[in-house]
Design a protein around this ligand. Structure first.
Ligand SMILES: Cc1cc2nc3c(=O)[nH]c(=O)nc-3n(C[C@H](O)[C@H](O)[C@H](O)COP(=O)(O)O)c2cc1C
Length: 159
């Protein structure tokens, strides 16, 4: 997992080479597990107060699926006080093949069972992120930079 701070500075969360107080705008990247951010990122989100936050997640689920959107809501629910979510970005990513192998034995009523629909989704996820995801990500960063600039202009006008 990764934390992207102030758009052009990238830090790995587990290295802890950053001081949150130095930044107003913080982009937090994470992988989805059990429909929410991984535990280390949950702890980070709880520590954010008075920040503008961008969430980006990698997931096995399809883009814009209910699962994906709910996961963003769950991520936001971990945030500390007075944070604003500026934007969200998702990309599918490969699901650990060892875990998929275990899922092949799951009961057919289990939502994670190897049904034809799930097999197709896992196959699709396995070839992401791809070039299209990377270019979507670049566009997303640009649009977030524009939003931050607009927001700062608006906040300065109100002063
Ligand atoms: C233990 C485990 C649980 C997962 N749970 C979810 C989940 O609830 N929802 C989902 O969309 N993807 C889930 N995934 C898929 C991961 O989110 C996906 O493999 C990851 O985002 C790929 O990111 P990476 O390319 O950075 O490793 C799970 C994967 C593992 C290994």
């Amino acid at each position: 997992m990764m934390v992207l701070v102030k758009i052009w500075q990238i830090f790995l969360l587990y290295e802890m080479k950053f001081n949150l107080e130095d930044y107003d705008n913080i982009a937090v990247g994470y992988w989805l597990t059990r429909g929410e951010p991984d535990k280390m990122v949950q702890e980070l989100l709880k520590k954010l107060n008075n920040k503008t936050v961008i969430l980006f997640q990698t997931q096995g689920a399809e883009l814009n699926s209910e699962h994906s959107i709910t996961a963003f809501a769950r991520a936001a629910s971990y945030l500390g006080e007075n944070c604003k979510v500026l934007g969200t970005f998702a990309s599918q990513g490969k699901i650990n093949p060892a875990m998929l192998e275990r899922r092949k034995n799951a009961d057919k009523n289990d939502p994670h069972a190897a049904t034809p629909r799930n097999l197709e989704r896992w196959q699709k996820a396995s070839i992401h992120p791809n070039e299209e995801d990377f270019s979507r990500a670049k566009e997303f960063v640009k649009s977030m930079q524009r939003k931050i600039a607009l927001r700062e202009k608006y906040l300065n006008m109100k002063k």
